[in-house]
Design a protein around this ligand. Structure first.
Ligand code: TYD
Length: 199
């Protein structure tokens, strides 16, 4: 059996990054080789997207451009980083993947078009969706004290969450949904019990 590819999803402030790091620690302690990654990726397209999402970047990207860029970044991410790691038997955990584009870029774009842009990359073996009230998530983001990115606005995040729930219900692959208001330990334990059969 090849190693599993697991995508972790949720609105900004849901706690996906913390969950990914906790899973990495636990799986590594159990003797598995683990590669953690995220989207936008650390590749050139991903870094360009991150710069454009910063509110002081002179170019304000429209939703069509963002959908195309995220899809291109994902394709390169899969080819250069995810598939090579899986081929070596390494468990890959990605903080965001296809469902992020479905949830965020479907605001302003036809969801079927966004899906079709992402049909040249594989589905993850497991999709973990961390659900959270957007008010709670925004309070967490604000408490970090960093400059907010362009998409980190409460009204927008509410629509993203609605999209996540709608798209998750139609997701063609294996998926689980957890509450981001549970403690990090509980979340990690729940996720591990779903990952264990894939190892
Ligand atoms: P995020 O995970 O918040 O990165 P970081 O925690 O390093 O700031 O991702 C940045 C933003 O990009 C976030 O608001 C979600 C958005 N995004 C999309 O709109 N579509 C996508 O396909 C992806 C991967 C991210």
């Amino acid at each position: 059996m090849t190693s599993p590819f697991i995508a972790i999803e949720g609105i900004d402030g849901a706690g996906t990054t913390t969950l990914m790091h906790n899973l990495q620690d636990r799986l590594t302690a159990e003797g598995h080789k683990v590669h953690i990654t995220s989207e936008p990726s650390r590749g050139e397209v991903g870094l360009f997207i991150r710069r454009m999402l910063s509110p002081d970047h002179p170019l304000e990207p429209d939703s069509t451009t963002l959908a195309l860029l995220f899809a291109a970044d994902r394709r390169l991410h899969v080819l250069t980083e995810i598939q090579p790691a899986l081929a070596e038997g390494v468990v890959v955990l990605s903080d965001r993947y296809i469902l992020s584009s479905m949830a965020y870029q479907s605001i302003g774009e036809d969801p079927a078009w966004v899906r079709s842009l992402n049909d040249r990359v594989p589905l993850p073996d497991l999709l973990i969706y961390v659900d959270i009230d957007p008010d709670v998530a925004m309070a967490r983001i604000t408490a970090r004290g960093k400059t907010l990115e362009r998409l980190e606005r409460l009204d927008f995040q509410r629509r993203v969450r609605e999209n996540y729930l709608e798209m998750l219900a139609k997701w063609p692959g294996a998926s689980v949904r957890f509450s981001g208001e549970d403690t990090p330990d509980v979340l990690t334990q729940q996720a591990l019990s779903c990952i264990a059969p894939l190892l």
